[in-house]
Ligand binder design. Structure first.
Ligand code: FAD
Length: 472
């Protein structure tokens, strides 16, 4: 909706700041529960990272190419259930044909070119074939990972069930202890440590650690629950994709939100969350004026919220401030979007995701913008043939860097540095896969200054500030 003060009620139950997937989902859940909700977005489109852009003949998904726990009709994961059953979102989805292909030399010096299928049995078999002697460990790993996945499902299902009954959310500790005891023991332990305790060999750990390029945190640091849940959801429900791209999901969520009476104002930037002397929220000041509300959900990085957005009257617990202040940011990413004048069949590519982390015997250090740690290639037409015009194909190369690689690059060198990064990434891709450079007709490189994760494993939380629980 175009910004229009006349359409605004005097007081909203909740203002949601930011229309990324987190903001859209929160806004929709609240509007569906009968609350009056205003969604403020500084951009002129909804979706945040969940969007697409056009370059030449090609439309690229900006970010999301593998959804967790989406699943397929008749076998939906918890994200699929939430979107399709709880929210009633009508979107087309499809799934990747396999988990991934990885080309690497492990720390022990063994070369692998391994493709992992989904399905617990097939996954175990493929890993056992690649690295014999791990069957029992992989089975134990899958059983534990499944428990972690079920915990996420329990939280989701429980919240919705309870909400329907009495409007409150309670998690039963007894149920938790009885059914998820192993989860409680390992959830916060580093992923690699738990894998070792289960008897997994270091080579299998190296192969599964390929996923670090998605999370920006390696297996020695990230919690078992986090990475195991993600991998299990891919094994059990396949990596999911929204057709034609993730912006369709953003638009559907926004449309559904408005169908429940929610309002979206685009081009409106939230500047300050106002509160009275007792810390009760009174509204949000924006670059287009003030909007009164009882509660705020800020779909943004917590530190940005704590450092300036919130009225000083709102007391953020010291523990919470410290949690974020102490945590150094995780990896930075560079995404290279490529349009090719050959179809995927002509190119002979038959995998959706290729990790090419290279030779792990010589850990890479990221000292500058050319030194990336790991890379992933995504071949979109493998999952969705119409991702680009006939006779062409599109792909992205995602590169992970450990440090603030741009800190020492002078502004005048940005373009030539980006070109050098792209050339290096393509050359390394060509070493392990196929010749590519001669078919490139569109190439576009984006530096993602991400704060998706911090090294302390915290995801980019949605920060919720509510006056009191009952009021919304
Ligand atoms: C390159 C890349 C690839 C990725 N691939 C995957 C993948 O394959 N699978 C996966 O699951 N995840 C992936 N992710 C992560 C995923 O895209 C994000 O975690 C998710 O989309 C973030 O959603 P969000 O709602 O938290 O935030 P965002 O998408 O960042 O949305 C925040 C929104 O808030 C708005 N906003 C901020 N401040 C204000 C303000 N003051 N006033 C008004 N509006 C404001 C912003 O404009 C934005 O629209 C990827 C991310 C990147 C960057």
């Amino acid at each position: 909706m175009a910004f229009n003060l006349k359409n605004s009620p005097l007081m909203y139950d909740v203002i949601v700041i930011g229309s990324g997937l987190g903001g859209l989902s929160s806004a929709l859940a609240l509007a569906k529960a009968g609350k009056s909700v205003l969604l403020l977005e500084q951009h002129n489109l909804p979706g945040g990272c969940s969007t697409s852009f056009v370059r030449g003949r090609f439309e690229f998904d900006a970010a999301l190419h593998e959804f967790c726990a989406l699943g397929e009709d008749g076998h939906l994961g918890y994200a699929g259930k939430l979107l399709k059953e709880e929210y009633g979102i009508d979107i087309d989805t499809c799934c990747a044909p396999e988990l991934f292909r990885a080309v690497l030399t492990s720390r022990s010096g063994q070369y692998y070119d391994v493709t992992l299928p989904f399905g617990e049995e097939a996954f175990t078999k493929a890993l056992e074939k690649a690295v014999p002697g791990n069957k029992d460990a992989v089975e134990a790993y899958l059983s534990l990972s499944k428990e972690c996945y079920e915990v996420s499902q329990y939280f989701d299902a429980h919240m919705f069930l309870k909400k329907k009954r009495n409007g409150d959310v309670k998690i039963s500790a007894l149920h938790f202890m009885k059914h998820y005891f192993r989860y409680l023991q390992v959830a916060e332990e580093p992923y690699n440590e738990v894998c070792r305790k289960l008897g997994m060999s270091e080579d299998v750990i190296d192969i599964l650690n390929c996923y670090r390029v998605y999370l920006g945190v390696d297996g020695n640091t990230i919690s078992f629950a986090h990475l195991a849940t993600m991998i299990y959801s891919y094994i059990a429900y396949k990596p999911g994709y929204i057709i034609p791209n993730s912006h369709a999901l953003s638009l559907s969520l926004q449309e559904k939100f408005e169908s429940y009476g929610g309002k979206t104002f685009f081009g409106v930037k939230a500047i300050h969350v106002e509160a009275d002397k007792k810390g009760n929220i009174t509204g949000v000041s924006t670059d287009h004026g003030f909007f009164a509300c009882k509660g705020v959900i800020a779909n943004m990085y917590p530190l940005s919220a704590y450092n300036g957005l919130l009225s000083p009257n709102i007391k953020v617990p010291m523990r919470e401030r410290k949690r974020y202040k102490a945590a150094p940011p995780s990896s930075r990413f560079v995404n290279i979007y490529i349009g090719l004048n050959k179809s995927i069949e002509e190119l002979g590519i038959d995998e959706y995701t290729l990790f090419y982390p290279g030779d792990l015997r010589y850990p890479r250090l990221t000292n500058g913008p050319l030194d990336y740690l790991q890379a992933a290639a995504t071949h979109y037409n493998r999952i969705y043939p119409e991702a680009s015009p006939k006779g062409t194909s599109i792909m992205t190369l995602t590169l992970e860097f450990e440090d603030d690689i741009w800190a020492n690059v002078p502004v005048q060198d940005y373009f030539k540095t980006k070109e050098a990064i792209a050339k290096k990434a393509i050359a390394e891709y060509e070493e392990v896969r196929i010749k590519l450079y001669k078919y490139v007709i569109v190439i576009f490189l984006v530096v993602v200054t991400t704060d998706l994760f911090t090294k302390s494993n915290n995801t980019k939380d949605i920060v919720t500030f509510i006056k009191n629980k009952e009021s919304i």
